[in-house]
Design a protein around this ligand. Sequence first.
Ligand code: IN0
Length: 409
Amino acid sequence: MGLLGAIVEHPEDLYALVKLKMASDRIKKQIPAEPHWGFSYTMLQKVSRSFALVIQQLGPELRNAVCIFYLVLRALDTVEDDTSIPSDIKVPILESFHHHIYERDWHFSCGAKDYKVLMDKFHYVSTAFLELGASYQEAIEDITKRMGAGMAKFICKEVETINDYDEYCHYVAGLVGLGLSKLFHASGLEELAPDSLSNSMGLFLQKTNIIRDYLEDINEIPKSRMFWPREIWSKYASKLEDLKYEENSTKAVQCLNDMVTNALMHAEDCLQYLFALKDLAIFQFCAIPQIMAIGTLALCYNNVEVFRGVVKMRRGLTARVIDQTRSMSDVYGAFFEFSSLLKSKIDDNDPNASLTRHRVEAIQKACISSGLLNKRGYHMYESRLQYNSVLVIMVLLLVSVLFAILSAK
Ligand code: IN0
C-alpha cells in the first residue's frame, strides 16, 4: 500500500507522519562538517532510520558516544553475519575487535552495500572514537570485547536450549543494554542501572527481532541462520525450516506463540528500567524501541504471516510512537494497549494459552498498579475515527496540499 492509501486507512497517523518527515529532513541537513563525524552520522542514518532520529534528542556529548557505540557494534555484527568468511579467520577478528577500534588505520573488508562502506571506511569511526571522553571509550571497549568473545563462542555452536538462547541474546543485545547504561552513567545524567535490568532491555528487543525475522533468517543464502532454540521448536516440528510450509501452519503458529510468550517475560523488567530514568531525552531514546517491540510482538502473535513475509508495525504507527512518547504514563498506556491486543488474540486451544495469559496479565497489572496508566490510549490498532466519505476527501485534499508544500521546499 502506498503512503496515500495508508493515510486514507489511518488518517489519525497523518500529523505524526508529516512531523516525522520534517524531522528526518532536518537531521539530513545537520550532518557535522568534520569528515569523520560527517561519515559517522551519515552512516547511522543509512543503517537505521528511526534510531537515527531518536538519537538526535540526546545532548551532543552522549549522542556522539552512542552513535560511535552503535557503529562499532554494527561493524562487529557485519563480521559475524558474513557467511563468506571462514570460521578460522572470523573468530580471531571477533575476539580482537576491541583492539582495532583504537587503530586509526585498521580495516577489514566484508559485508555488502552500506555495511561494506562502513567496513571499508572504518578508520573514520576509529578517529571519532578516539575523540570521545575516556569513560565513554572504556565502556565501548569493554562491551566490544565481551560481545566479540560471545559471538566467537556461538560461531561453532547452535542455539539448542532456552539457556543458549538467553546467552546468545545476552552477547548480541543484553550487553548493548549494559553498555548504554554505562554511557548514560558516564554522562552524569543517570544512576547506573542494575545489570539484570539493562540485560532485559536488550533481550526484549532482540527476541522480538528473532521472532519477526524468522523467514528472512531461514531463507538466508548460502546458509540459513537459526536463532529459534531447538528446545522450543522441536515441540512443534522435526526441522525449524518445516515451519514455513503451509501444511504445517497450525504447529508453526503454536511455536510462534511459544516464542512470543518466552519474550514477554522481559517486559516487566523493561518497565522497571524505564521508570528509573530521570533525563527526558534518554527516557525517550530508551522507551521508543521498547514500545515498538511490544507492538511487534502483539502483531506477530498468532499470525501465520510471520512464516510468509514481513510483519511490521505500519509506518504511521511508528511515527505516532516517536511523536507521542514523553512520559511513563505513555509507556504504561502503550504496554497496556498492546498487551490487551495480544490477549484478545489468545486461542484457548493453544498449548501455551494459560501461560501467555498469565504473562500478559502480569504486564497489565504492572501498568495498572503504577497508578500512572494513561488510559487516553493511542488506539494504536484501530482507527479512532468513524469517518465518512466527506472526511476522506478532506484528508486527501489536505495530504496533497501538504506534500506539495513539502516537495516544493
Ligand atoms: C540498540 C537499541 C536500543 C536503543 C535504546 C535503548 C536500548 C537499551 C538496551 C538495549 C538496546 C537499546 O535499539 C536499536 C533500535 C533499532 O536499531 N531499530 C531499527 C529498526 C529495526 O527494526 O531494527 C531502526 O532502523 O531504527 C536496536 O535494535 N539495537 C541497538 C543496537 C545498538 C544500540 Cl547502541 C542500541 C540492536 C539490538 C540487537 C536489539 C540491541
